[in-house]
Ligand binder design. Sequence first.
Ligand code: XMP
Length: 520
Amino acid sequence: MKQDTIIVLDFGGQYTHLISRRVRELGVYSEICTYDISLEGLEKIPDVKGIIFSGGPNSVYDEESPLVSKEFFSWCEERGVPILGICYGHQLIAHILGGSVKRLDRREFGKTVLYIEEKEDLFQGLKDTEIVWMSHGDQVLELPPGFEKIGHTDNCPIAAYRNMTDRIYGVQFHIEVHHTEKGNRILENFVKGICGCQATWRMEDWIEETIRSIRKIVGGAKVIMAVSGGVDSTVAAVLLHRAIGKNLQCVFVDNGLLRENEAEEVIRGFKRLNLEPVHFVDAGETFLHRLEGVMDPEQKRRIISDTFIRIFETKARELENIYGKFEYLGQGTIYPDRVESAATSKSASRIKSHHNVVLPEGMTLKLVEPLASLYKDEVRKVGKLLGLSDEVVWRQPFPGPSLAVRIIGAVTKEKLSILRKADAIIQEEIQKSDFRNKLWQSFAVLLPVKTVGVMGDARTYENVIAVRAVESEDAMTANFAKLDWSILERIASRLVNEVKGINRVVYDITNKPPSTVEWE
Ligand code: XMP
């Protein structure tokens, strides 16, 4: 199917994914490429209709700053592909094509009034002044030949420019963040007006197309997949199941570190989805035994991941004896997991796209990752269209190492029991509140300290629970949720009164960065 595509060239900006997501929200497919993609690489992407240069932390004059070649611009010009630069991208275009960029004495940051000088194309439909979001330490001083200024602010004389002949545009401000009030309109003007893209990126078509393509790739081969009950692996499993039916075998491993009643609920959910058979492995004792006395978070993670792979492999071998050889491993990898961004975020550096996963003892499986081009909100949309319940579609992310990362220090059955009860209370209270669908995650952390309290007339010496609730779009950054005091008070009071072993509750008010979401 023909699919107009906007490429977002990543210069390491924190909002790169946001740009791509906003384009997709306009109904146009968008992909992120690293800034140093070769022209041959670009040539291989079908139907490129426009290119957006992202922001980035560098200055164009830094020795190691990411650049693009003049040939890149010639490539675009020859094919009539328009370019839009944002922030660093805006400065870079000016720098490479013969303009100049200067360093500011003081960074400009925050909301600013943009005075619009030309409303013919990029700013069509906007007022003479609009609020935009600035975050820059450099700015364009002189324009390259053939360029004209189309907007300024009080501190930034060239806040937007264009070259109508070559169809190159630049904005110093960030159109992808909500603080730029008409950001979406500007993006739409570029994507649909200037690049002429059709809004054909529809999830209904994507589902049909994906099912067809899974059938074509996998054919009659067998696929094994580990499912967790989380939205990504569930949606991926349902898609695979629709495509190849019984040639998919799902395995659900209970690592003994799950939340209250979670294993039972997940299995019930799979039954409702007709995803059967889901092969259940109750491995709680094995995990707990291997984790005994282990304090170090990294070691805990390693043990959990090694144990998981070993158990999964044993189960896979057992199933091969019944169903025949597996050629593929199904995974719920989503786009942000896969993209190698220039940013040094954990997820960007963690996962690269592999073609083969080698399990121990020489078991080689090819990967099939049906969600590899989707963002989380798109995965949720697909889940909804596939008939998954809200409960599954809106399930909060839950880390692979499960509650082990929320017990600081060694994991024991007793601590797990305390944490499960605490977590259940927090979920119950959040579910009752207006914050229900507003949080990325909410959970309890069991701290390795005991403090003094008083209950009735008696002195207590018990554990502390930290409550964590965050808002986020993709977990790369997160803000602590400004929960109402009344909710926090109720949570604290219930935790202390209903969970034996807790006498103090604290609320985590740090954002990510500098903190992370999980405590570990
Ligand atoms: P941090 O703690 O790095 O977490 O800010 C960001 C997001 O990732 C989740 N997380 C994980 N998810 N396997 C996962 O599938 C993991 O090992 C893992 N560790 C953290 C975390 O819950 C948060 O949403």
